[in-house]
Design a protein around this ligand. Structure first.
Ligand code: AMP
Length: 583
């Protein structure tokens, strides 16, 4: 049994002992006493207009590669110029202070050019998931008041945008040619192989990219109040599941970027390179892959999607040093049959977060890649997103999501009264305060008031801080399974299932039951070339979990388990797929 499983079980079995050590004592937070050497929790965190980082990088790192995408690259000077031309073009088409511009883009250099182009033009970026169905798109367009959308000339994307032009408030669509981001040979191959390039109507509602950038790149400078002006509307289900737009100001985004680069203290400015497989429309990639990298002048190896072999080949060819991704990506690498053929020694820091990382997945990744670089962090959309990380240099604690980044306070609030601040080792709701915490949800004051109370962001996650100020997550409040009134933490059951060597992916969830309230079910996908039966797994779990936690039903399937667009295993999609809930 791993320490994590044992630890959580012990915590559940033993009632918290009083009095616990307070989190704040003698003028210091518990983590401050155990902070990594050479990093100050009180380090200055600036709050500036976010697009300043592109101007700065275009000057400081002009000739360094900013983006490498499918064999073509752009320098920081080129990126800076394109951002200015996009900004001027957008202004010509009416974008001004506060205009909402949607980005409906899979990863490509356009994602970065338009993100900063919109901000420089004075607008607000609204990130859209390109996998959304029309119903989801329509509701986000109306809720966020998006008038202009940017997309690629790919048929599936253009079809959806044409439907939105007819049925929603959307007024114009900017269409970018995907082929032009590829080197010549790839472009030909792409055209012949897939032929999914859309023929776009020539009318006043469709604007070709060429028209947007047909200018010298001198946008009108729009004054920005970093503290107040919203840079990004980032949609999230939050703790209730109803999609809401988190208003991330320029200051929120700038602060979180600074908090993270301060934390990665041995970052090599203008030298390091980073793998960008996470979708840039998700907040994790927006801050870590895009903003931090541009600030530090790193080379971004950008991928349109995650393909395990392509990423391992890129590691071989480019020798990147940083690799942020969700646990499913590291899990896929660790389980790739050919992982042993690759050398991962260039990786100095792999950051995982966004979803729980089973201790066994971490162990397997380290073993198979011979790397000690993997460390877990924690964040959420409403905090732009980074809150805690294990230090790249210093004490990493497997099973913990690390210490608060500079300027961030993590408190644990009692779930009994929603107010009492608990002490070291006591479990309750994780609450965050800091300069990265959102301004609120767009046009939803009640939802904002429920989430931010007394300046603290209530995350909906259950956890505790240990005596060195490392945060341990137990589960999400809404994911807890109640079996005959007894709390079962799905994460803990998943941790135990991952200990079985044949298991590659696993999701545990509560399924309604008339008599017991809920039953624990598990869905498991074995690793390539391995098999395991439901009965064998149940047998395996008997000495690892209490009887009430052992899943009533285990479904073993060959098909990969459903994932969200960012690659997190999705309990919600699985339950919808199985007809247990409506999506
Ligand atoms: P999102 O806003 O979609 O990025 O989701 C944020 C949620 O993901 C958090 O509230 C947590 O429930 C979960 N999460 C993020 N990082 C971790 C982590 N390292 N371990 C477990 N859950 C995590």
């Amino acid at each position: 049994m791993t320490n994590t499983v044992k630890q959580i079980q012990a915590d559940i079995a033993t009632p918290d002992k009083a009095p616990a050590q307070p989190l704040f004592e003698d003028g210091k937070w518990v983590w401050e006493r155990h902070y990594p050497e050479g990093i100050s929790w009180k380090a200055p965190i600036l709050k500036k207009p976010l697009f300043h980082i592109v101007d700065q990088a275009a000057e400081r790192y002009a000739h360094k590669t900013a983006i490498e995408f499918q064999g073509r690259s752009w320098t920081y000077a080129e990126l800076g110029k394109m951002v200015n031309r996009v900004a001027e073009g957008l202004q010509k088409f009416g974008v001004t202070k506060g205009t909402k511009v949607g980005l409906f883009l899979p990863n490509s250099p356009y994602s970065i050019m338009f993100f900063f182009g919109v901000l420089k033009a004075g607008g607000t970026v609204v990130n859209y998931n390109p996998l959304y169905v029309e119903r989801e798109l329509a509701s986000q367009i109306e809720d966020s008041e998006t008038d202009i959308m940017v997309t690629l000339d790919q048929q599936a994307l253009v079809d959806k945008m044409n439907a939105m032009l007819k049925t929603t408030r959307l007024k114009k669509v900017i269409v970018c040619p995907f082929g032009e981001t590829l080197p010549f040979v790839k472009m030909l191959l792409n055209t012949f192989a897939q032929n999914n390039t859309a023929k776009v109507d020539a009318d006043s509602r469709h604007i070709p990219f060429s028209e947007i950038v047909d200018n010298p790149g001198r946008p009108i400078a729009i004054p920005v109040d970093a503290q107040e002006d919203v840079a990004v509307l980032q949609y999230t289900g939050g703790t209730t599941g109803v999609p809401k737009g988190a208003m991330l100001t320029h200051a929120n985004c700038y602060a979180n970027m600074m908090q993270i680069v301060t934390w990665v203290k041995d970052l090599r400015y203008g030298e390091d390179s980073i793998i960008g497989v996470l979708p840039l429309f998700h907040v994790f990639a927006m801050t870590v892959v895009m903003n931090c990298s541009i600030y530090a002048g790193l080379k971004i190896l950008l991928f349109p999607k995650f393909d395990v072999n392509e990423v391992m080949e890129a590691i071989k060819k480019h020798r990147p040093t940083l690799f942020p991704a969700v646990p499913a990506v590291f899990n896929a690498i660790a389980n790739a049959p050919n992982v042993g053929d690759y050398d991962f020694s260039s990786l100095r820091f792999c950051i995982t977060g966004g979803a729980p990382m089973a201790a066994d997945v971490q162990r397997l990744f380290e073993e198979k890649t011979n790397s000690r670089a993997l460390a877990e962090g924690y964040g959420l959309t409403e905090a732009a997103p980074g809150c805690t990380f294990n230090p790249p240099v210093g004490k990493k604690k497997p099973g913990s999501v690390g210490q608060p980044v500079p300027g961030t306070i993590v408190e644990i609030i009692s779930r009994d009264d929603g107010k009492t601040v608990l002490g070291v080792g006591e479990k309750g709701e994780v609450c965050i305060s800091g300069p990265q915490v959102m301004k609120g949800y767009y046009r939803r004051p009640e939802a904002t008031a429920e989430q931010i109370k007394n300046g603290r962001l209530h995350t909906g996650d259950v956890g505790y801080l240990d005596s060195e100020g490392y945060l341990h997550l137990v589960d999400r409040i809404k994911d807890l399974i109640l079996v005959r009134g007894y709390n079962v933490y799905p994460r803990m059951v998943e941790e135990a299932i991952y200990l079985h060597p044949a298991v590659e992916e696993c999701i545990v969830a509560g399924v309604p039951d008339a008599e017991r309230g809920e039953n624990v079910w598990a869905w498991v996908k074995p690793a390539a070339g391995k098999t395991v039966s439901a009965d064998a797994l149940k047998e395996f779990l008997i000495d690892k979990l209490s009887p009430i936690e052992v899943p009533r039903k285990i479904i073993v399937r060959e098909k990969p388990l459903p994932k969200t667009a960012v690659g997190k295993l999705s309990r919600k999609d699985l339950l919808a797929e199985e007809g247990i809930i409506r999506k």
